[in-house]
Design a protein around this ligand. Structure first.
Ligand SMILES: NC(=O)C1=CN([C@@H]2O[C@H](COP(=O)(O)OP(=O)(O)OC[C@H]3O[C@@H](n4cnc5c(N)ncnc54)[C@H](O)[C@@H]3O)[C@@H](O)[C@H]2O)C=CC1
Ligand SMILES: N[C@@H](CC=O)C(=O)O
Length: 431
């Protein structure tokens, strides 16, 4: 049986999960005829880590000591963040050793440099757990679809946001309460604003764009919006039209115009399988030229699901000897493009004081801007009360919609800034 000794850096949610998974009867590793041993670890809270790992594993306060310990064949970085994680990745890959990481912030920010270093030193860089937890998103895009062309990827890529939105919709919980629960369950980042402001999903989206199109990892080229503004009113109005709202990452090839990558709350038809991806699950809908559509779903956050992907990477590192690479070096023409039209249709909600003629005025303003209405829903109310008017718009120009929203906001009956969201997966209409 082959043996691989690892240094486990970080004994938090995922690091602790990796230990627990290895300590359990790890059938797959046995089947692969690989014995995985944690020979050293590093943690901030030494007492807690020693208790978790037991007396057999030396735990160091300084990650460098764990990396340099005898018998370390590969390093598993689960400390998160950028500073120490980057220094550690440089040191490990620079020494030609395999690095296994779940750190999407690190890859999205410094992945290009690290991959180049890994190639130069012949070291393996493994990062399956960095996108969508246990879902094999990386292997699918990089390996399984290497012979195809990816047209677009639509993904629910953040377990914390998906959990919060599910709690809000299904259990009627408040935002802060749901976020606290997500942290307790080990889903949220150490800094949960990365989750709720959309940055974690954005890190994952740029990694997918990197794999699918060979694009440079450039966080500043993508539009990012989180779920703090997700209002109960939108959930209810969207439901009236048969839609659900999810935080979606969207990577779309626009041919010569480039690749559009963005993260924003958006509507998807309730009849679509992605609409049923709730709680801490993640889901990716990958559209390809030859294979058609693939749907990948599984736990996107949580200690053991993520540990499952990390351990698979450790097994790959023990087996490979050769580093996994990107499917190709990148198209010479591959480039990011500016926001085009996230979703061809849009949802618009305008909160107004109910009065005769308001609806007609809103319709006229939209139509004067060339925005055509597919459906309108207005809550029951009485004159003088505040009420939401929700509108589905046909294929549109987003710049025109934004200008129109500014115009609507100035109407005296409009009591709050109008809200718009793209419709990423519309209903399939009968011909
Ligand atoms: N929690 C999840 O469901 C998932 C997390 N990830 C990623 O996995 C990584 C770890 O995440 P979690 O385990 O949730 O975080 P965590 O905060 O629970 O654990 C990180 C641990 O590393 C320790 N640490 C921080 N800096 C250190 C240093 N310099 N030396 C030694 N120990 C240090 C912290 O004290 C903490 O115990 C992050 O990059 C995260 O983005 C990826 C997929 C899912
Ligand atoms: N905080 C992340 C953890 C997994 O990547 C999430 O909620 O998705």
């Amino acid at each position: 049986m082959k043996r691989i000794g690892i240094a486990l850096l970080g004994v938090g949610n995922v690091g602790g999960g990796v230990h627990d998974l290895l300590a359990s009867n790890n059938v797959m590793a046995k089947r692969a005829r690989i014995k995985i041993e944690i020979v050293a670890a590093s943690a901030r809270n030494l007492r807690r880590a020693r208790k978790r790992l037991g007396p057999g594993v030396p735990v160091h306060a300084d990650w460098r000591e764990a990396v340099a310990a005898d018998g370390v064949d590969a390093v598993v970085e689960l400390i998160g963040g950028l500073d120490d994680a980057l220094a550690c990745a440089r040191e490990v890959l620079g020494a030609g050793k395999p690095l296994i990481t779940a750190n999407k912030a690190l890859l999205a920010t410094h992945g290009g440099e690290l991959l180049a270093l890994a190639r130069e030193r012949g070291a393996g860089l493994y990062y399956e757990a960095a996108v969508a937890g246990c879902v094999p998103a990386i292997r699918t895009i990089r390996d399984a679809l290497a012979g195809d062309e990816i047209e677009s990827i639509v993904g629910i890529l953040n377990g914390t946001c998906n959990y919060i939105m599910t709690q809000l919709a299904r259990e009627g919980k408040g935002f802060e309460e749901a976020l606290a629960l997500a942290s307790e369950l080990g889903y949220a980042e150490a800094d949960p604003s990365l989750d709720v402001d959309g940055w974690d999903a954005a890190h994952k989206a740029v990694i997918l764009a990197w794999l699918a199109y060979g694009l440079p990892l450039a966080m500043d080229r993508i539009a990012v919006e989180g779920i703090r503004g997700a209002a109960v009113a939108d959930r209810d109005c969207a439901a009236e039209f048969g839609y659900v709202i999810k935080l979606l990452a969207h990577v779309k090839d626009h041919g010569r115009r480039g690749v559009e990558t963005q993260v924003a709350p958006a509507l998807i038809a309730r009849s679509h399988p992605l609409a049923a991806v709730n709680d801490n699950l993640n889901g990716l809908l990958v559209r390809t030229r030859y294979a058609g559509e693939l749907l990948l779903v599984g736990a996107g956050a949580g200690a053991l699901p993520t540990a499952s992907a990390v351990v698979a990477d450790i097994i790959a590192a023990a087996r490979d000897g050769a580093p996994p690479a990107l499917p190709f070096g990148g198209k010479a023409s591959a480039r990011h493009c500016a926001r085009i039209n996230l979703g061809s249709q849009a949802y618009l909600r305008v909160r107004v004081i109910d009065a005769k003629g308001v609806l007609a005025r809103i319709s006229q303003t939209l139509s004067a801007a060339g925005l055509s209405i597919e459906a309108i829903h207005q809550q029951e109310s009485h004159s003088g009360a505040e009420v939401d008017i929700a509108i589905l718009l046909h294929e549109l120009d987003w710049a025109a919609l934004r200008r129109t929203m500014a115009r609507l906001a100035k109407m005296k009956q409009v009591v709050a800034p109008p809200v718009a969201m793209p419709i990423i997966i519309p209903h399939i209409k009968d011909e």
